[in-house]
Design a protein around this ligand. Structure first.
Ligand code: ABU
Length: 447
């Protein structure tokens, strides 16, 4: 494609590039990326990758063929998170309908703030949020798609603070007393308490009393259903009762990431609320006159963008909506059941093997385990055992990434030295993928 000095090219050249690039994308980033015979990743040191990719930007455009090669290279050196042997994060696998929704979202390139520029998506977001709320158990309420779980959690804290102290929006933080929030330890906020990622309700009550005695105002409790590393569940009902008794925000809202277990594709995260008083809008609205004119010709309550802390906001509902249309709620439920069944199989197989030791009994689809290499077996009482064990997971990880055979995460936690966190999400996994994983850990970890 010839890009002239004014940077324009005609649309037929553009469409030709798009259709050829699309073929490359389908081949390299979808077909090969999901093929178990292909590598999960093609590791290169950063210096080498910089040279290989020729990333620097120049003054002149490149040719059609050069650009197609760039598309191919980007796919080649990127991690194939859709691959059946990618277990590194809390997302994995590919849903083809969702992927179609992601492509369509990009092609339509709109912002989810007003009905006038996103009519279909404004209505669609409302439907999807309503459906998700109903699964949480709320027949009415509010919500918004957010850029990731952490931002959804920030929404929760911000709305909770506004709910407790509405003057914070107009008069600022200095009009608010010292505040206290509570969460489980794995979530890494202060004033928290837990054992193995779980909040202890009796301790929560005591900590609330303590915070009040220190002059702080407890306003927010963050309970977790499936912590990041161990997939641990806080006792939600009991924590909700304590929070309600103390007038603290907890069961008022919920953060949910369908890009994780439901495989909706990144990113697809929702902040759901039970509130029916338009709190989300009141908390965040800035009434930009260039977007939210009050004399529009349609129902202005459809201009939902002012509920957001952003201005421009990507469309994240379509990928979930299209997938839901394709497989229905029953298909989504089956997907979760399959993930649990695969996890049970994996844990059973792991426990049969010498050298594998679970960190704690899995509550969810996260399986945390140590691999004890032959040289360390039976040496648990040696003074340097923990120090040596801590080095095992990083070494195995390096070997697997450089080989490109699979990817899985590891971390230390709560005084325990590095262990692997295997996350089993994708219904596309079969037993042979899980057997391969265990075999490969043994192969890479044998000293
Ligand atoms: N929300 C944190 C996800 C981190 C991970 O994928 O492991």
């Amino acid at each position: 494609m010839s890009n002239g000095v004014n940077g324009h090219h005609n649309s037929s050249e553009g469409e030709l590039f798009l259709s050829e690039a699309f073929k490359v994308i389908l081949e390299e980033a979808v077909h090969k990326a999901t093929d178990v015979k292909e590598k999960v990743c093609e590791w290169k040191d950063p210096e080498e990758l910089r040279v290989l990719m020729d990333l620097e930007l120049g003054d002149h455009g490149e040719s059609h063929q050069q650009l197609l090669q760039r598309v191919r290279d980007i796919a080649r050196y990127s991690v194939k998170t859709n691959h059946p042997r990618f277990f590194n994060q809390l997302f994995a696998g590919v849903d083809y309908h969702s992927l179609t929704g992601r492509f369509l979202t990009e092609a339509l390139n709109t912002s989810q703030y007003t009905y006038e520029v996103a009519p279909v998506f404004v209505l669609m977001e409302d439907v999807v949020l309503r459906k998700l709320r109903s699964l949480v158990g709320w027949s009415e309420g509010d919500g918004i798609f957010c850029p990731g779980g952490s931002v959804s959690n920030m929404y929760a804290m911000n709305v909770a603070r506004y709910w407790a102290f509405p003057q914070v929006k107009t008069q600022g933080l200095w009009t608010v007393p010292r505040l206290a929030v509570f969460t489980s330890q794995e979530v890494k906020l202060k004033k928290c308490f837990c054992i193995f990622g779980r909040m202890i309700p009796e301790d929560l009550e005591a900590k609330i009393v303590h915070a009040k005695s220190q002059g702080a105002v407890p306003f927010f409790v963050n309970a977790t259903a499936g912590t990041t590393v161990q997939g641990a569940f806080d006792p939600l009902d009991r924590i909700a009762d304590i929070s309600e008794r103390n007038g603290i925000w907890m069961a008022n809202s919920c953060t949910w990431n369908p890009h994780k277990m439901l495989m909706a594709g990144l990113q697809c995260s929702v902040f759901l609320m039970r509130d029916t008083t338009n709190l989300l809008m009141h908390c965040h609205c800035a009434n930009a006159t260039y977007l939210f004119q009050q004399d529009k010709f349609y129902d202005m309550s459809l201009d939902t963008g002012d509920k957001s802390i952003q201005c421009g906001r990507k469309v994240d509902c379509l990928k979930l909506w299209l997938m839901w249309k394709a497989i229905g709620a029953q298909g989504l439920a089956n997907r979760v059941d399959i993930a649990f069944a695969s996890t049970r199989y994996f844990v059973e197989e792991l426990k049969k093997r010498e050298g594998f030791q679970v960190v704690s009994e899995p509550q969810f689809v996260n399986v945390c385990f140590w691999f004890i290499p032959p040289s360390l077996r039976g040496k648990e009482n040696s003074p340097d055992y923990q120090e040596k064990l801590a080095k095992v997971a990083p070494v195995i990880k390096e070997r697997m990434v450089k080989k490109g055979s699979m990817m899985v995460g590891y971390q230390p936690l709560d005084g325990r030295v590095n262990f692997f966190r295997m996350v089993i999400l994708s219904p596309q996994l079969n037993h042979s993928d899980l057997d391969f994983f265990l075999d490969e850990v043994e192969r890479l970890g044998n000293d």
